[in-house]
Write a protein that binds this ligand. Structure first.
Ligand SMILES: NC(=O)c1ccc[n+]([C@@H]2O[C@H](COP(=O)([O-])OP(=O)(O)OC[C@H]3O[C@@H](n4cnc5c(N)ncnc54)[C@H](OP(=O)(O)O)[C@@H]3O)[C@@H](O)[C@H]2O)c1
Length: 268
């Protein structure tokens, strides 16, 4: 059998990509293959998506046009050194391994064209935000194919590799910051008598709606904010409270600290 794409690792991120690729008709289930050591994982992927699986990457890599490296960073040496996986030179490698540079990836797959991706966990609901860097040898057709694959699970921006740390801050880590905002808003709802469930739902839906407004109207967020602040109204009072509480500098600092931490970790 021959497959268009093979996943090395079939955990949370690989599953999100498999689900997105099938749901968005990028590939059929018969064009996808995956591998994972545990029978439980393989059974889940086969039963849920109808995708063929193997216990070992070595038995799968030769039968796929491209492979997605979707194991944890600490599992990479075991895969290539102990199991002796050899990816053929003509097979493109898409790595979603967090923090692993092109330079390091090349030591494991020296002959393949590599795409390094920094996804975030919202890929699991097909609303991820990702940055990716392509091997300079890639053709425009190969780049289009990669863009199509990543777009199945969210928005993907091609960036130079030295921008990957910035992507980690603004997309990789930022869902945690958004969850904190939703949680804090929900606390205020509960404080004023709404149920916890209604408060979380209303806060989350407001964030989703606001994000869609930014993306779909193309208006600057500040313009949209001004549009909902009527003179002497309720919203401008809340805006002043957020300015007094230092929302902007706190958020800039949160993203910037994350970027700096990612750079430090990369150097190690
Ligand atoms: N989760 C996120 O939000 C997120 C965000 C950004 C980047 N990433 C990156 O995405 C990658 C995958 O993360 P994840 O959250 O999907 O991890 P995960 O759920 O732990 O999945 C890892 C998968 O790798 C499999 N595996 C382990 N050793 C293997 C081997 N030798 N050969 C083949 N498969 C092997 C595991 O198999 P079993 O199931 O059998 O144990 C599992 O299916 C990581 O490098 C992570 O840094 C994740």
């Amino acid at each position: 059998m021959h497959y268009r794409i093979g996943f090395i690792g079939a955990g949370k991120m690989a599953e999100a990509m498999i689900a997105g690729l099938i749901a968005r008709n990028v590939f059929t289930k018969d064009e996808i293959v995956a591998c994972a050591p545990s029978e439980k994982t393989r059974w889940h992927i086969e039963k849920t998506y109808g995708v063929r699986t193997f216990p070992k990457a070595a038995d799968m890599v030769d039968s796929a046009d491209m492979v997605v490296l979707a194991v944890k960073p600490k599992q990479i040496p075991g895969l290539f050194a102990e199991e002796g996986v050899r990816v053929p030179a003509e097979t493109m490698v898409i790595s979603i391994v967090a923090g692993m540079s092109m330079e390091v990836l090349k030591t494991y797959v020296p002959d393949s064209k590599i795409v390094r991706v920094m996804p975030n966990h919202c890929c699991m609901v097909l609303e991820g935000a990702m940055g990716y860097t392509c091997d300079p040898r890639m053709t425009s057709d190969e780049k289009s194919e990669v863009a199509g694959i990543l777009s199945a699970v969210g928005y993907a921006a091609e960036v130079p590799e030295d921008m990957m740390d910035a992507v980690t801050g603004i997309a990789g880590s930022s869902p945690a910051f958004m969850y904190m905002v939703i949680d804090a808003m929900a606390d205020a709802g509960v404080l004023n008598g709404l149920s916890r469930a209604d408060s979380i739902r209303l806060a989350a839906q407001s964030m989703l709606g606001a994000a869609k407004m930014v993306l779909e109207t193309g208006k600057h967020p500040d313009v949209l904010k001004d549009e909902v602040c009527s003179p002497a109204g309720t919203t401008i009072v809340g805006v002043r409270a957020l300015e007094d509480g230092g929302l902007r500098p706190a958020m800039i600092d949160a993203v910037d600290s994350t970027i700096r931490k990612s750079r430090e970790m990369g150097k190690r």
